[in-house]
Design a protein around this ligand. Sequence first.
Ligand code: C2O
Length: 507
Amino acid sequence: AKDVHLRWNITWVNAAPDGYERPVIGINNEWPCPQIDAEQGDRLIVDVENGLGNQSTGLHWHGIHQYTTGTMDGTSSVSQCPVAPGSSIRYDFILDQAGTYWYHSHNMGQYPDGLRGALIVHDPNPPFDFDEEITITLTDWYHEQMTELLDQYQSVDNTENNFGEEPLPDASLINDSTQTQFKVQPGKTYFIRFICIGNWPGHTFLFEDHEMTVVEIDGVWIEPYPVGDKNIRITTGQRMGVLIKTKDDASKNYAFWDTMDINMMFIYENRTVPDNYNPNATAWLVYDESLPLPPPPVVNEFDFIDDVEFVPYNGDPILEPVDHQIILHTGQTVENGVTRFTINGQTYIPQQVPTLYTALTVGSEYYSNPDVYGDVNPIVLEYNDVVEIVINNYHDNLHPWHLHGHQFQVIQRSAVDGGYFDGYFANVSSTPVLRDTIMVQNYGHAVIRFRADNPGVWLLHCHIEYHVEAGFTATIIEAPDKLQDLYITPQDIRICDAYGSPSSGNA
Ligand code: C2O
């Protein structure tokens, strides 16, 4: 194992990924942000300097458990104070999980302005053979900055963006561009890592005339699952690794086609699709640069594979019995004229004292009095319990729920309009799929399970960034009595000021 040591200055730069130039948040004056490549077991050290001038920041490592390194989770007002302009922070942790991950700002709805990238932890012994790897990121893209988009989303009586309606993406990007070409060689097996780094809608994609076999989900190898004639969907936060075999000759190039979820953007919200609205993006598998790039195949009807059917390659058995079941009723409300999401009737409000530090200092109230944590929808777990969380979705749209600190087993998920939890399905798998982000269907539910063996403070939230800013978050306070032994010392405790700069020192 080696050290991967990066020095990153977070800065505004101009970029025009779809032809429209705008300020985006880059790293060391470049954008797209770089991919991190490491090997399982490496130590990742990232020295981050906030050169934005006008915004605080922070970096989260999506999917990385941060076992014993919960202060490195990068969540503003949860595991750290926001890093103020001109300040810096060091992230330093071991990459003990192989797989496909990503990093992104977890501060003030910031990452859709560009501050996100791939984090690839290579497996020294992958269970499948492949010759080459390609990373493909998918995202919705906007011409306006998130501060403006959030104002639109949360304002009443804005005729262009009706109250509570998410601003529409201006484009869909593949590897942060609308003209990406993947150069490939004939007769090889490619491992393609898809990462949905978007803000809002899910994505569906396909290669013209190349079969995909899914072998990795959210960092976990699975039993190979041929996609066949069906379709794949991934949602913001999720990753999916597929194998494709290239053609034996280089006589033609092929399209890669991506489309943003029309149901999420329009149908489920009863919004009309504007004339000429284009939710699609195209890239190409290029065998021979002198040959033409074909137009994409157009697909109008989808038959999605159900990711709950995937089986982890190591086949870990279902966790049982359940020691602690938590039922969440999730929905939308209006508070003081602003759209908010709620979990069991409460919306999440970021706290001035990071919740991890609160959990360290509340003493015997760790378990007995969740009120000490403030309006963070705290869920306090006892060490090593098998925990089951039921997410009932009382909203008219889909929501991708993400849990920090774990990959959870997905016990079951209802269809759209499938109803709320009312007992287990007959066909629950004995080796359930592991994920860190699960799409929960409208007027339906999902049931997830994990062992509370990672003491720390972890967010559980809808990964749609508009919804995060509208309070769609709960806080898992896991084995707080173990925190001090594990890694955190009281001198880490600090209070963040209103703008988000630490009032005492830095990590
Ligand atoms: Cu990808 Cu809470 O984050």
